[in-house]
Design a binder for this molecule. Structure first.
Ligand SMILES: Nc1ncnc2c1ncn2[C@@H]1O[C@H](COP(=O)(O)OP(=O)(O)OP(=O)(O)O)[C@@H](O)[C@H]1O
Ligand SMILES: [Mg+2]
Length: 355
């Protein structure tokens, strides 16, 4: 989060390493804005990453290598991100001080808020601004990520012959993606709901900053598993029916029922998180929900979420303001893949000081 803006910046390639697939994006910053250079996606087998932890590092490494080779990526510096229970993000109140002062004392200040030994986590923070009650305090977004999980991610990247320069957090990457694609009116809260295969992350952005996050251990897999259970079919077949790649007249009623029950649960959880946020922030409201992740493609989910929350819901297009050469990137394919690429595009906007 805390980047020096002054030194020469190097290009990096971004990898969103999800439990269902790895997404690759490389972009160029031109005078006119952002330009898409590379984009790719490769599926992972179901047991390679479970609940945000890398189980089969060899498979993840090989998939990274294949992606790099397939797309002819030359850049070595790589950016990636984490989500789920290995990431703790909390809004806390500290005595007012400068960013430098806080950087010096963060380990000590943060200790009471982290449910793990402070030596087991990497800590980062973002100052959100002065407390409104005038007691000389300031609001800070505290971010702690377990070192062993960071190591697992940096190791697979290194093993793939790349140089991991930063491991970010999915919700902050989405914040960056929004900044370039969806200007938000000042004073407006918007919610991001990223529905992956195993994790749904919810965050609220205000004034360009993430002020609330929560993750739910639920996503596209729950739809597939429910279909699998109700129709007594394999996971693969259930995936095909869910995503509309195959159809089954015989099962259509049960399929709709299974999808509907999981969509109802997921929507309920999202609404509960937003209500929790709104309960703690007096007089505020969320003016829009932006959906991303492969799970946002579930038929009818967008409408259901809109109805149950009474908030307008839109599926993001992270390539909206990005120039893409039409010969290299088929516009239909970009449109189809868009919901998957929110995190990767956000990561690809990061630039690093030349070391
Ligand atoms: N057309 C579709 N309709 C419904 N669901 C779909 C469709 N295409 C993909 N999905 C689902 O999207 C999910 C994958 O989304 P995504 O790539 O965002 O997850 P991930 O980043 O790999 O996972 P996570 O972030 O949870 O670790 C899978 O559950 C997949 O079945
Ligand atoms: Mg994901």
């Amino acid at each position: 989060m805390n980047l020096s803006m002054f030194s020469r910046k190097k290009e990096a390639v971004a990898f969103d390493i999800g439990s269902n697939s790895i997404k690759l994006v490389q972009m160029n910053q031109t005078k006119r804005g952002w330009e898409l250079v590379k984009m790719g996606m490769a599926e992972l087998p179901p047991e390679a990453i479970v609940d945000g932890s890398i189980i089969d590092s060899m498979t993840v490494t090989n998939t990274l290598k294949d992606l790099v080779k397939e797309h002819g990526v030359k850049v070595k510096d790589a950016v990636s991100s984490l989500t789920g229970h290995s990431v703790i993000i909390k809004k806390v109140s500290f005595p007012a001080m400068t960013e430098e002062e806080l950087a010096d004392s963060i380990q000590w200040e943060a200790e009471q808020y982290i449910p793990f030994p402070i030596t087991d986590v990497n800590i980062d923070f973002q100052i959100l601004g002065a407390d409104t009650d005038g007691r000389g305090q300031m609001d800070v977004m505290l971010v702690a990520v377990k070192k062993d999980v960071i190591n697992d991610y940096t190791n697979v990247i290194k093993e793939a012959g790349l140089n991991p320069v930063v491991i970010d957090v999915d919700s902050f990457a989405l914040e960056n993606m929004m900044e370039i694609n969806y200007p938000i009116a000042p004073g407006e809260n918007i919610a991001m709901v990223n529905i992956g295969a195993s994790i749904t992350s919810i965050s609220v952005i205000f004034g360009g900053l993430t002020i609330f996050t929560r993750s739910i251990p639920m996503g596209g897999n729950q739809f597939t598993e429910e279909i699998q259970r109700q129709l007594s079919i394999s996971f693969r077949d259930a995936e095909d029916l869910k995503s509309g790649r195959k159809h089954s007249a015989e099962h259509s009623g049960d399929l709709a029922g299974a999808m509907d029950s999981v969509a109802t649960n997921l929507t309920f959880e999202v609404k509960r998180s937003l209500d929790f946020f709104l309960g703690g922030a007096q007089g505020s409201y969320v003016s829009k929900i932006y959906l991303s992740g492969g799970g946002s493609k579930v038929a009818g989910l967008q409408n259901m979420m809109q109805e149950k929350t009474s908030i307008p819901v839109e599926v993001i297009n992270p390539f909206k303001s990005i120039e893409a050469n039409q010969k290299q990137f088929d516009s239909e394919r970009l449109k189809d893949a868009a919901p998957f690429f929110g995190v990767a595009v956000g990561l690809a906007t990061r630039r690093f000081a030349d070391r």
